[in-house]
Design a protein. Structure first.
Length: 262
């Protein structure tokens, strides 16, 4: 079904809604970026043997707590902040634009998936490339092409689970009487969906990093490493994705609620 020709909002109201979309993205990404930056660095340093995962998390949290200005001025933080601000902003603007032109929900979901995937994938691959070089133990070199492909696959899974799956999961929860209200279903789905997909995407992430860290390793050696690091890395990524698209997603929905006052 094609989009309707008439528009829903006046130009003035549309501008205000876009403004709220951008401010919501800024607020949500600022809330979650510090912890995500710490976890991402810790996972990379744990995988290459530079620092154990627990020690890395403690180091990062201590640095953020004792030197907040230095931490927020670092490339580590700015890369993550830019990534999630851009992802939320694109998702919000696509939502509002689809509302403006009366695009049906199924088509709007595809627009949102494509827009957020392209934005998140490109910026996340760049962020991972920079993190791998900044916190890796080997000399700086080009990231293997297969690592780019694996990062792209990982990000596609995360985006689908963060922006598209929650609506479907929320409907399922209500239809099967798991929750009583739409609001509760939305919050539960937004928190659970991005976290659950990490059990699938974590091996992909670890394999991509190991291709850079150990270019001469055999497939058997990589498989052994993934088996060894899988559970703690998966739970670390769940702890990371919880703020990124769970808590951040709920916060984004909350801040966008101020659209009703425009």
């Amino acid at each position: 079904m094609a989009a309707k020709s008439e528009v829903k909002y006046s130009s003035e109201k549309l501008s205000k809604l876009y403004g709220i979309d951008i401010l919501s993205a800024a607020a949500s990404s600022s809330m979650v970026a510090p912890f995500i930056a710490i976890v991402d660095r810790s996972i990379i340093e744990n995988l290459n043997g530079k620092r154990k995962l627990g020690d890395g998390l403690k180091y990062g949290l201590r640095t953020f707590a004792t030197q907040p200005l230095t931490f927020t001025a670092s490339s580590q933080f700015k890369l993550v902040l830019g990534l999630y601000f851009s992802t939320y902003a694109v998702a919000n603007i696509i939502d509002t634009t689809c509302e403006q032109y009366g695009v049906e929900q199924t088509t709007a979901s595809w627009y949102k998936f494509l827009g957020t995937t392209l934005t998140n994938m490109g910026l996340c691959i760049y962020k991972d490339q920079q993190f791998t070089r900044m916190f890796g133990t080997s000399a700086s070199r080009a990231l293997p092409k297969l690592s780019y492909f694996l990062f792209a696959a990982r990000d596609s899974l995360t985006i689908a689970a963060s922006f598209n799956a929650p609506a479907l999961v929320a409907d399922w929860l209500q239809k099967n009487d798991w929750v009583s209200t739409q609001k509760t279903a939305t919050v539960v789905a937004q928190l659970v969906s991005p976290a659950a997909v990490q059990f699938i995407s974590t091996p992909v992430h670890l394999y991509a990093l190991d291709l850079y860290n150990r270019p001469e390793a055999t497939k058997f050696q990589r498989t052994q490493l993934i088996r060894k690091e899988y559970l703690k890395s998966a739970f670390a990524r769940i702890a990371r994705i919880g703020p990124a698209f769970g808590i951040g997603g709920v916060s984004n929905i909350y801040f966008r609620g101020f659209r009703n006052e425009v």
